[in-house]
Design a protein around this ligand. Structure first.
Ligand SMILES: C[S@@+](CC[C@H](N)C(=O)[O-])C[C@H]1O[C@@H](n2cnc3c(N)ncnc32)[C@H](O)[C@@H]1O
Length: 489
């Protein structure tokens, strides 16, 4: 990016209270030039390009009733407004898609379509068919990191194959294969998954300014999506001069796992506060231990000890730090092998919608996990979540509520207090309680949900308006119930 464009971008960012800065160990990043409070929108941006990965409207990413583009039969819209809004770009894409054989169409992954759209958008901007702005131009994209030197050869071969496919899709365009390969590697570490309000993935987008934001495992901001628009909100007080950060990964992982994932996908060694400070936490109010061992470690078998086990590699055993009792490594390995096999079978049953079998299998997995892992471990949380989803699919609200409630203490341990997933789990809990006519409990859960989600999601989206309505309903019902009880006494 040349000096002038950099100055344009700085000018654009200054209107949001942000400045583009450079960090020796991270490259570029965004720093606040004013204070932000939790819930404040810092910046929102439409994607340079985006592509759905599931059945949703290509314009607004909604999932209601959709109509297929009659020409290419590959792009869907919720109505004519969305179709018109995308027409300039889709007109070129549509012409290309019509010319493809059915076999080629099948090879068009969302990533390949995203790249084709990127090249088409650049062409439209080069031809002045659509405007170029300081935050919506190919040059901002060119400045994104690609980590080309770090990518392994197999990945590069894959990117080259994908670049050739893009060339086949756009035969009338002059395609620079090297540039497309580099763009694929940029996508891998800069693109964002577009999710709905309940964090279900809908597609992928490239947001050139949002992509300048660096990662922290304990970030001060959260990125949510309103349709295709990415909205960055503060989740903590951010004082002037502080770097804004988001998390690139699911943080319900141990430090070792997070570091590995970030290194593999984003090519950096995370040195955030969370990764650098060995966490000492309290379990059952008394025991202190390292966060990683609590989240992924094995538990003491001796009752009523709640100790976690430390690996004694010299003797190939696990030893409890609290009571000293031991467990053989091979017996733990045996149980883990069973867990793995049963989880795979259960997951296959879910894919084939055999929920009853899946439920039974996951319950055995849970039983085995409880034998070796401590009750706050991440793997147990994941199994309990799977069981909850299956029970919801089976309309077993009571069972689902029990599992939903079981996961909340683990959510509270693995996520920061203001995290969309914690808010959404309270929301699910509230919905189940409401279905079971537990208005008072539902009101409490909805209130907890809204306390978090008003910060992460704001209050104006349809999803949040619905939640606010649910709270009103639950409130009215809970008061009615109170009055009835008072009359009976
Ligand atoms: C989406 S980009 C962020 C912007 C990037 N720093 C730049 O200069 O354009 C992601 C890349 O930024 C760097 N990065 C992000 N967060 C980091 C962190 N916490 N520590 C070190 N490098 C980081 C890594 O190179 C990563 O692949």
């Amino acid at each position: 990016m040349n000096g002038l464009e950099d100055a344009d971008l700085q000018y654009f960012l200054s209107s949001y209270g942000l400045i583009l800065s450079s960090f020796p160990e991270k490259g570029r990043g965004l720093v606040s030039t004013r204070d932000f409070s939790p819930g404040d929108i810092i910046i929102s941006q439409d994607p340079y390009v985006c592509a759905p990965s599931t059945s949703c409207c290509d314009g607004c990413f909604s999932r209601g009733k959709l109509k297929m583009c009659t020409s290419c039969q590959m792009t869907q819209y919720c109505g004519s407004t969305c179709q018109k809004s995308q027409w300039k770009l889709h007109r070129l894409e549509c012409q290309a898609l019509i010319g493809l054989s059915e076999d080629r169409k099948k090879m068009l992954t969302p990533t390949v379509r995203l790249m084709a759209r990127l090249l088409l958008k650049k062409k439209l901007q080069d031809d002045n068919t659509i405007p170029t702005t300081s935050d919506d131009n190919y040059d901002v994209l060119l400045a994104l990191v690609s980590h080309m030197a770090d990518i392994d050869e197999n990945k590069l071969v894959l990117y080259a194959q994908m670049a050739n496919l893009v060339k086949l899709v756009l035969p009338l365009m002059e395609i620079n294969i090297k540039e497309v390969i580099e763009n694929f590697s940029k996508m891998a570490c800069n693109a964002h998954t577009i999710c709905d309000s309940e964090l279900m993935p809908l597609g992928t987008g490239i947001y050139p300014v949002i992509s300048i934001i660096n990662h922290s495992c304990l970030p001060n901001c959260v990125l949510v999506f309103e349709g295709r628009k990415a909205v960055l909100r503060a989740v903590k007080h951010i004082t002037r001069g502080t770097e804004v950060s988001i998390t690139y990964i699911e943080t319900a992982l141990t430090t070792t796992e997070r570091k590995k994932l970030l290194k593999e996908q984003y090519f950096f060694d995370c040195t955030c506060h969370c990764c650098n400070t060995p966490h000492t936490v309290f379990l059952k109010g008394a025991l202190e231990d390292n966060q990683d061992i609590i989240l992924n470690g094995y538990r003491c078998k001796a009752k009523p000890c709640h100790g976690v086990l430390h690996h004694d590699s010299a003797n190939n055993i696990y030893r409890c730090k609290v009571c000293g009792s031991t467990r053989e490594k091979h017996s733990i390995d045996q149980i883990n092998s069973k867990i793995k096999l049963l989880s795979e079978r259960a997951s296959r049953c879910v894919s084939s919608k055999d929920y009853l079998e899946a439920k039974d299998l996951y319950k055995i997995v849970e039983h085995l996990q409880l034998k070796i892992y401590n009750p706050l471990s991440i793997c147990l949380m994941k199994t309990q979540e799977d069981i909850m989803k299956i029970l919801i699919a089976l309309n077993d609200w009571e069972g689902a509520l029990i599992y939903c409630r079981l996961t909340i203490p683990i959510y509270q341990r693995v996520y920061p207090a203001i995290h969309p997933l914690v808010g959404l789990q309270y929301y699910t809990c509230g919905k189940l309680e409401w279905l079971l006519r537990q208005a008072g409990e539902a009101l409490q859960s909805y209130t907890k949900a809204i306390d978090i989600l008003r910060i992460t999601h704001g209050t104006t989206t349809p999803f949040m308006r619905e939640l606010l309505l649910k709270i009103e309903e639950a409130n009215a019902d809970a008061r009615l119930l109170q009055r009835k009880t008072a009359l009976l006494q």
